[in-house]
Design a protein around this ligand. Structure first.
Ligand code: F6P
Length: 366
């Protein structure tokens, strides 16, 4: 009798519009490769701890169901933002997780998520090795931020850039009828890839991202220069984590305290108030927010998400574990979990794309 082999899959972190294509890829290929059961954690590791999981064969009955799953935006299994403690900080939580995994006779644990998710499976993998558990682990990178170190692309990113760019495009059409400044504040607390790409694609005049702290005086003079050239509107693409040069010099604690006292709810509104005061121009703020994680995924993301899901199932079939799947250019490859777990891939001021944006006449306020 062939050895019974079961998989459990979870989704975590900020879902993207295409996160289920990889889930569909894993499920379809695992069943085709003879796995007995594919369980889905409901709401990631946090749900698993509450014994919230389903046998996916009770939900997915046909090829059509798989096709529909691929196109269902947002996380079919629900998501969570739960960072596992270090093993030495709370061994009991690991004992509980592995008690459940052993009760379900799980051989492979696949987690679809961003940095915190890769950190989670690195910790679980370390615990399994330390305590001789049979479970093996694989990470499938997903985040709209494209900030996972080690992979050239994460699925969800292009779809988010598409929505962010459409927002800037729509602002363009109304901006021309007013002598105003428009701020489009986009997602990206720590990393500015979405804002950088959407800003260039949407023709923003100024792009402010967390990795390139801005000097307000330079932002103001860029706006005034445009006015002097007879261009009576300016569009700024601003990442929600954009920061001034002076604030970038503060410690994390000092900056957090300053934010707590900030009069305006976001950096976009703070900048709007400062620009109005300095220039006398009217400023309007648009924040597409979580719409950047929804909607219909762009074809590029559907393709890489499905490919990563298939590749995950192939690795499991070959029992090639302890890795995160990555995109190297347009090819799927792998990286050992310990190399990437939790590391961020930042924009560098020296990146070719930043220098080329500057040659396009875009100001980064630096
Ligand atoms: O990590 C993806 C992301 O969308 C970030 O770009 C954004 O800052 C964050 O999640 C928002 O988190 P939440 O959905 O918990 O508000």
């Amino acid at each position: 009798m062939a050895k019974k082999r079961n998989i459990i899959v979870g989704q975590s972190g900020g879902p993207t519009s295409v996160i289920n294509s990889s889930l569909a890829g894993v499920y379809k290929n695992a069943i085709e490769r003879g796995f007995d059961k594919v369980y889905g954690m409901l709401h990631g590791i946090q749900g698993l701890l509450d014994e919230q999981y389903i046998d996916l064969s009770t939900q997915i009955h046909s090829e059509l169901d798989i096709e529909l799953l691929k196109r269902t935006p947002s996380a079919f299994l629900g998501s969570c933002r739960f960072k596992l403690p270090e093993i030495h900080e709370d061994k009991a939580i690991y004992e509980k997780i592995f008690e459940i995994l052993n009760r379900l006779d799980i051989d492979a644990f696949i987690y679809i998520g961003g940095n915190d998710s890769m950190d989670t499976i690195k910790k679980l993998s370390d615990y399994a090795i330390l305590t001789g558990q049979k479970q093996k682990f694989l990470g499938v990178p997903k985040t709209i931020d494209n900030d996972l170190w080690g992979t050239d692309m994460t699925f969800g990113f292009q779809s988010a850039v598409d929505i962010a760019t459409q927002t800037i495009d729509c602002i363009h059409t109304t901006a021309a009828s007013h002598n105003r400044v428009f701020i489009v504040e986009l997602m990206g607390h720590k990393v500015g890839w979405v804002t950088l790409h959407a800003g260039i694609a949407g023709g923003a005049d100024i792009i402010l991202i967390p990795e390139i702290p801005y000097d307000l005086k330079h932002v103001i003079s860029a706006i005034q220069r445009r006015n002097e050239q007879g261009k009576h509107f300016t569009i700024l693409a601003v990442a929600e984590g954009a920061i001034s040069k002076e604030d970038a010099k503060l410690t994390k604690k000092q900056y957090k305290a300053k934010l707590a006292k900030r009069k305006h709810s976001t950096v976009g509104y703070e900048l709007a108030s400062q620009i109005e005061k300095a220039t006398g121009l009217e400023v309007r703020v648009t924040i597409p927010g979580h719409t950047q994680r929804g909607g219909s995924p762009v074809p590029f993301d559907r393709v890489i998400s499905s490919r990563l899901g298939v590749a995950a199932a192939e690795l499991i079939a070959k029992e090639d574990y302890g890795k995160m799947l990555i995109m190297k250019g347009y090819d799927v490859a792998t990286l050992p979990l310990e190399k990437t777990a939790g590391k961020l891939k930042y924009v560098s001021p020296d990146d070719q794309i930043v220098l080329q944006a500057k040659h396009l006449g875009i100001s980064f306020g630096d």
